[in-house]
Design a binder for this molecule. Sequence first.
Ligand SMILES: C[S@@+](CC[C@H](N)C(=O)[O-])C[C@H]1O[C@@H](n2cnc3c(N)ncnc32)[C@H](O)[C@@H]1O
Length: 236
Amino acid sequence: MADEEAPPEVHHYNSLQEVPWDIQNYWAQRYRIFSKYDDGVWLTDDAWFGVTPEPVADQIAKHIADGAPAERSILVDAFAGAGGNTIAFAKTGKWKRIYAIEKDPAVLQCAKHNAKIYGVENKISWFEGNCFEILKNQLSALAPYSIIFASPPWGGPGYRSDTVFNLSTMEPYSLATLYREYSAFSKHMVLYLPRTSNVKQLAKLVPDEQPATVMHYCMEGASKALCIFYGNFNVS
Ligand SMILES: C[S@@+](CC[C@H](N)C(=O)[O-])C[C@H]1O[C@@H](n2cnc3c(N)ncnc32)[C@H](O)[C@@H]1O
């Protein structure tokens, strides 16, 4: 990995002095985010805020691998970020192929680099661009065999402050947008959302014939996030 050149917005911080102030709390938890951080993990400064911590990513990956319908052998990670979830999916060894999409080229380079550190890069096909377009234009033939996982940005009013997070004002993509776009591709979808997400809004999208499951993922005494499993998953 030493011979790879990082783009200018990508860093591997080795000491607290180098770390911008708003990332210092995240950097303090770097081994919980990536246990192999010291092997040279790359992140952009923005990517720190969105990475799924490794123990949570591993648990989600296990639930999806164990609970997915048998005919689904492909996993599409629609918002790959720096690779937190993508790497965890690859580590399960369950999937014939993982397709990972990320629109930010520097962040995508982080994900590719980090996947090499974890020794799973050969299991992943990478796409740079808008996931909604790529699903329609490049991956549609895989739809019958695929599960979609998405950890979208949690922008918009109140993700940290509101007691109940309104998924219809989530930015830049509301729950309704995500559900509409992804269900046109696969009815088997897992969305990773804020722990305070309005569960009534999630429930409204559940079809009559197929109950869904919501799971909270907790670490060190606190809920970190929840996942909703839409489609035929056997999650326990
Ligand atoms: C919360 S982060 C994902 C973090 C990732 N799960 C991880 O553990 O590293 C969301 C990512 O989605 C990307 N993104 C936003 N809109 C996108 C789109 N339309 N298509 C593909 N990627 C997008 C952002 O650049 C960002 O890196």
